[in-house]
Design a protein around this ligand. Sequence first.
Ligand code: PMP
Length: 405
Amino acid sequence: MNYDDLFQTQLDALKTAGNYRVFANLERYRGNFPRARNHAGGRGPDEVTVWCSNDYLGMGQHPDVISAMHTALDECGAGAGGTRNISGTNHYHVALERELASLHGKEGALLFTSGYVSNWAALGTLGARLPGCVIFSDALNHASMIEGIRHSRAERRIWKHNSVEDLDRQLSEYGPDVPKIVAFESVYSMDGDIAPISEICDVAEKHGAMTYLDEVHAVGLYGPQGGGIADREGLSHRLTLIEGTLGKAFGVVGGYITGSAALCDFLRSFASGFIFTTSLPPAVAAGALASIRHLRRSSSERERQQQQVARLRAKLDAAGIPHLPNPSHIVPVMVKDPVKCKMISDILLEQYGIYVQPINYPTVPKGTERLRFTPSPAHTDADIDHLVQALRALWSQCALSRAVA
Ligand code: PMP
């Protein structure tokens, strides 16, 4: 059997469908975000403007973060040296977990290698270890939650996206003695819409369910100290577990969960994705700690980001470019065709020095292909004007629809 042929057949099918992923070879360089050096081999200018980074506030290049990482690197060396249990717990890990618990107003926090791993490990462990547990998962939950739920082998019920009524109806099919987890996100990454957290908590409490909230696209960005949407709405105490990442607004890498002391101890003791892997490098923990502390003190990055988001939306409206309206920092411009989506992304890079990755199936449903723009505090007004002019020209050139839906 020729295994490479088997691989190639499936890769060719992806290419035919326009869903084959090509990574842009771009290099961030210090102090210049959102500019990046373009190594695409003659495709486009030497320097481009990045419009799709999840380093939402540019904290990956913040001087406090870089300097904290340098100090910890000099002090502790490169790696953590082991799993958390076997010599891999460093004072930076401990301090970071305390900071995260305090950020979310919880008793404890637990670090993971990434946000993906934190969802996979936490849901996988909770679903497997709570006897007879049923997990109620929002229809648009991230792949890491879906995989965690699958891994748990618990019964899974999918509720209509953001529909409190559907959740209520499905929860009411189970008796009070059945352990239940309601798993959802605050800001949904591809549509940028926000869950009705308070109403979801009402329904979950009515049925005695735990609440599991992924705030990956909200931590650092919302709330007076960057604690996320639950924090902004004064709801953190109603969530059993809040999960987040250190890799997006905090600009570093890693994931975490926060919750009661018992919940954290439970996952620390039973989650294989926590136990059996080398812990984050101390320098990473130190950088994340500096980033969180900075964003707890300073709102200026959040405010400037929101201004630039509003500016981009207003300019898109004026130019008749269809974008999904939503109350977050994510601006999805709808192309609704995978081949055209990729083509526009290529032209933006090559002719305009604008880098935005096309978002195609399976990341979003077929027919909703899009360009997902994430304005940061570092994008200038001139950057926004240049982007909208380019989109306006391309929309006419490619005869694209101006309808949003
Ligand atoms: N949850 C959501 C909603 C996400 O969008 C992502 C990543 N895109 C993750 C979790 C995983 O986070 P990380 O990148 O830290 O692994």
